[in-house]
Every structure is written in C-alpha cells, then in structure tokens.
Design a protein around this ligand. Structure first.
Ligand SMILES: C/C(=C\C(=O)SCCNC(=O)CCNC(=O)[C@H](O)C(C)(C)COP(=O)(O)OP(=O)(O)OC[C@H]1O[C@@H](n2cnc3c(N)ncnc32)[C@H](O)[C@@H]1OP(=O)(O)O)CC(=O)O
Length: 275
C-alpha cells in the first residue's frame, strides 16, 4: 500500500502515512487517489476527530512523482488537465476536511510536499526538515500548490522561494508561517500527542465551524457583510448543544462531554475526553 491508514490511540485519531520511501514519498496518481479517498472517508466519519498525515522513511514528501509527470508529458492536454485536477482535488479535500488535520514533517518536503504541509491545519516540523519549492529548477511551476502556499506564507516570501527554489530549514519555515511548531526530531511524536490531546478536548462541531469561519474570513474583504456573518455565527453557536454543554461544564467545574453520532449512525453516543 502506498498509503498506510491506521486508527491509532487515543480513540478518534486516524493516521495516514505516505509509504513510498524508495522515492522519498513522491506522489503519483495512485497515491493521490488513495490519499484523497482516505481523507474524504475519515473526514465524513463522525467517530474520527483528528487526521494525522505522516510519512515513512527520511523524507516527508518529494512532491509530485517526476517519473509519472514525465510520462504524462507525452499525453494529450486534456488528459494532463484531468490528471492535474486530481492533484488539485487532493489538496482541496485536505484543506476542506471538516476534521483538524496535523502534518508531521520529519524530513524533506519538496514541491508538492510543501503543498501538503500548507494544506493541513497544523504542521509540526522536526529540526532536520528541509523545504524547497523546487519546481522552476525542473522547468515546472508551483501551480496547484500555490493557493495553499501563498495563503500560508504570503506573496512576498513566495516570490523569493518560488523564483529561487532555494532550500530552507524548519526555523525559517516557522518564521514564514509554513509550519506551526519546530521540535527536536526525537520530540516530534510527543509534541504531536500533546497537540492531538488538545484537539480532542475541543468540541468537534465547533472545530469544524472554526475552520469554515477562517476560510470565510480569508476569502473575504473586511466589510459589513463579513462582520455581520461572524456575529450571526456566534449568535447561533451560543445556543448550540455543544456550546450549552461547554459553558455548563465550565460553570460546573467539570470536563465537557461532547456528543458525537454513533459510527453506525444509529444513536448518539457520549464521547468523553479529559482536558
Ligand atoms: C506538485 C507540483 C510539482 C512538484 O511537486 S515537482 C517535484 C518537486 N520535487 C523535487 O524537486 C524533489 C526531487 N528530489 C530531490 O531533490 C531529492 O530526491 C530529495 C527529495 C532532496 C531527497 O534526496 P535524497 O538524497 O534523500 O534521495 P535521492 O535523491 O537519492 O532519491 C532517492 C530516490 O527517490 C527518487 N525520487 C526523489 N524524488 C523524486 C520525485 N519527486 N519523483 C520521483 N522520484 C523521486 C530518486 O530518483 C531516487 O531514486 P533511485 O531510483 O533510488 O535513484 C506541481 C504543482 O504545484 O502544480
């Protein structure tokens, strides 16, 4: 399997591991299809609370598989377009996933690998991680990844990094906003566990709505309609079951009990997580 899919502890966490270490986890059409399907399926599953994206071996991802890209070069324009749209869809599915996504970047991320990092909500990078938007050195362009990378680090930094294709380390990635944290290599799993615990303590529907709201703000100009929309959302949220439970738990000095639908969809099930 090019993608390992595991349900791991604590309950509610799914770990997706890129598993093509022999090509530094470069993704071809098969891995793209597997990753897209896995994120879609687990993103819809009410029992899943957090999706972790990790990688096997010493690289996080060398981006698009250049053997596959080279083969595609001999196909027609429309076949290339269909193929490129699948790559674009994979990033969009990760970006729009209603569950929090956490990338564990333990090694190099090149080209499309940087796109994967940028599309996740949270990215933890281990010190040896190296990043490169290498496309122009290959005569390619960072195209389908650009919306996510430009959103993460802004157009000024993108001009520098897209045009020079220079490599940069985890600390610079942190300064640019490409990753959320930099940790020592041997601390990556421990920090990930702490972040996952914090995510599990939050209310699932509220987290999904937060992601939606961030997207709305990112895609809007700061106008009256946006201010009103954000007010409408919190007004509605206050009376939601989750908010009632969260506020009651605080006032009663206890941990909240988040309700999630049964995985079979038959009955509501209480899901308790320690804060
Ligand atoms: C998404 C879009 C575009 C892209 O993503 S374009 C691709 C961008 N990626 C790159 O430029 C990375 C190219 N690879 C490297 O520079 C290096 O391999 C590395 C990632 C820095 C790792 O170096 P290391 O020394 O650890 O490993 P090797 O170079 O010896 O590679 C081992 C093995 O893996 C093969 N390989 C590496 N990367 C790829 C790749 N991207 N595709 C296919 N194969 C790859 C390499 O050839 C070696 O194979 P051997 O058979 O063992 O020789 C477009 C958009 O945004 O729209």
């Amino acid at each position: 399997m090019d993608l390992l899919v595991e349900t791991v502890e604590p309950r509610g966490v799914v770990r997706l591991t890129l598993n093509r270490p022999e090509v530094r986890n470069a993704f071809d059409d098969r891995l793209i299809a597997e990753l897209t399907e896995a994120v879609l399926r687990h993103g819809r599953d009410p029992a899943v609370r957090v999706i972790v994206l990790a990688a096997q071996g010493r690289a996080f991802s060398a981006g698009a598989d250049l053997g596959w890209m080279r083969r595609m070069a001999d196909f027609s324009r429309s076949e290339n377009l269909i193929d490129a749209l699948e790559l674009a869809r994979m990033l969009q599915v990760i970006d729009l996933c209603p569950k929090p996504t956490v990338a564990l970047v333990q090694g190099v991320a090149y080209g499309g690998g940087v796109g994967l990092v940028a599309a996740c909500d949270i990215a933890l990078a281990a010190e040896p991680a190296l990043f490169c938007l290498s496309e122009v050195r290959l005569g390619l362009i960072p195209a389908v990844i650009s919306p996510y990378v430009i959103r993460a680090i802004g157009p000024r930094a993108c001009r520098r990094l897209f045009l020079t294709a220079e490599t940069f380390g985890a600390q610079r990635a942190l300064g640019l906003g490409l990753v959320s944290d930099v940790v020592a290599a041997d601390a990556l799993e421990g920090v990930a566990a702490a972040v996952i615990a914090a995510l599990l303590a939050g209310a699932p529907e509220a987290q999904s709505e937060v992601k939606d709201l961030i997207r709305l703000v990112e895609n809007s100009v700061m106008d009256e309609a946006l201010l009103r929309e954000s007010a409408v959302r919190i007004a509605d949220r206050r009376s939601s079951d989750e908010a009632r439970e969260g506020m009651a738990a605080f006032l009663e000095k206890r941990s909240p009990v988040w309700m999630t639908p049964d995985p079979e969809g038959e009955e509501a099930r209480a899901c308790f997580h320690d804060c």
